[in-house]
Write a protein that binds this ligand. Structure first.
Ligand SMILES: O=C(O)CCC(=O)C(=O)O
Length: 228
């Protein structure tokens, strides 16, 4: 598996990297990841590996410094337990752009995607070879130790789903039914990595994350399939 590493140019002070330095990290990540995805689209998780088709993975998509910056932003958000109708999940979330309301079973507009997420959203779109602005929904999630997410497929309103892992690794598990058995695959999603679920990985396979060993944050970037 080829690796793409973001450069760590640019200074930082106690308040974090400057905007210019931050853009430099992302530009580096964008450039290397774009090359990465172009050169490995067919090789990564191809027939020689048992992974779902449409699953792409870029380790080290952002630098450790950019990771710290993003975690600091997410930690400042008014995170709330994930609401699943009458039930409450253990993970803490904040949605931007749109949010699916399980109580009314509809996609609702939510706060606009904030400025601090725009640069990374552009980099993610670059990775997916999508036009700027394709990412219309962003979900920031915090998983405390022992917290995970159950088996599911993302709502059909969404199309491509990208996930940036921050803070600690997780086992990103996939399963799909094959007759009376489950076909399974686990991606070890390292901190600072980005995954993309498209095609079968998105439509045919379910995914889940078992309880994490250390606190983990993720930022999920989604394009829309249909206007809600
Ligand atoms: O934390 C992640 O990377 C996955 C999040 C996820 O599957 C979801 O919010 O639907």
């Amino acid at each position: 598996m080829r690796r793409a590493r973001a450069s760590q140019k640019g200074g930082s002070d106690r308040s974090g990297p400057t905007e210019a330095a931050w853009r430099a990290y992302i530009k580096a990540a964008f450039t290397t990841s774009r090359r990465f995805v172009l050169s490995t689209q067919l090789a990564l998780f191809d027939d020689t590996e048992a992974g779902p088709s449409g699953l792409h993975y870029a380790p080290d998509f952002i630098s450790p410094e950019a990771e710290r910056e993003l975690i600091a932003h997410v930690a400042e958000l008014p995170l709330k337990p994930f609401q699943f109708g009458a039930f409450e999940g253990h993970r803490q979330v904040k949605s931007f752009g749109f949010r699916y309301d399980y109580a009314v079973q509809r996609m609702l507009e939510s706060e606009p995607i904030p400025d601090w997420l725009q640069t990374i959203a552009r980099a993610v779109e670059g990775f997916g070879q999508l036009p700027d602005g394709s990412v219309r929904q962003v979900l920031c999630t915090e998983y405390d130790v022992g917290v995970g997410i159950g088996w599911h497929r993302d709502k059909p309103h969404f199309d491509k789903v990208f996930g940036l892992s921050l803070g600690s690794p997780c086992k990103f598990r996939f399963r799909r039914r094959m007759g009376d058995k489950w076909e399974r695959f686990t991606l070890q999603a390292e901190p600072r990595s980005l995954y993309l679920m498209d095609g079968e990985a998105r439509q045919a396979w379910e995914h889940s994350i078992p309880g994490v060993d250390q606190r983990r944050w993720s930022i999920t970037f989604r394009t829309m399939r249909q206007r809600p």
